[in-house]
Design a protein around this ligand. Structure first.
Ligand code: AMP
Ligand code: ZN
Length: 114
């Protein structure tokens, strides 16, 4: 998707601080961190949201979660805990229409979300 922000990050056309990478997924720091650790983990292939992942391409989540596991270890939050968030659609307040997992940690997070 030529006009997609995160596809441009994958293509190296927009800079990002990459913290981990696999063949299929990329992890980089969120530009507006909401916690001491705030990493976005995305598939390199364009999917607009969680809604675009179906039984036929569930591998996308497997690959994404594999990189999430690497990130939580590398960022030192595996044992202290963290939150994974997939904002989806209008009510989910998704602002970038390229599937991404927020990995949030490094402090005790509040619940419920607003
Ligand atoms: P969401 O609101 O769930 O769609 O999340 C999109 C996230 O992307 C937000 O947390 C933004 O701060 C983050 N973001 C937007 N532009 C960039 C960028 N150029 N580099 C890194 N993170 C970004
Ligand atoms: Zn994209």
């Amino acid at each position: 998707m030529s006009d997609c922000l995160f596809c441009k990050i994958v293509a190296g056309e927009i800079p990002a601080t990459v913290v981990a990478e696999s063949d299929s997924s990329l992890a980089f720091y969120d530009i507006a961190p909401q916690a001491p650790v705030h990493v976005l983990v995305i598939p390199k292939e364009h999917f607009a949201s969680v809604n675009d992942v179906t039984d036929a391409n569930e591998y996308v989540f497997d690959n994404l979660m594999s990189l999430v596991r690497t990130v939580v270890v590398d960022e030192g939050i595996k044992d202290s805990g963290y939150r994974l968030v997939f904002n989806t659609g209008e009510h989910g307040q998704q602002t970038v229409p390229h599937l991404h997992a927020h990995v949030l940690g490094g402090r005790k997070l509040t619940w419920p979300p607003g």
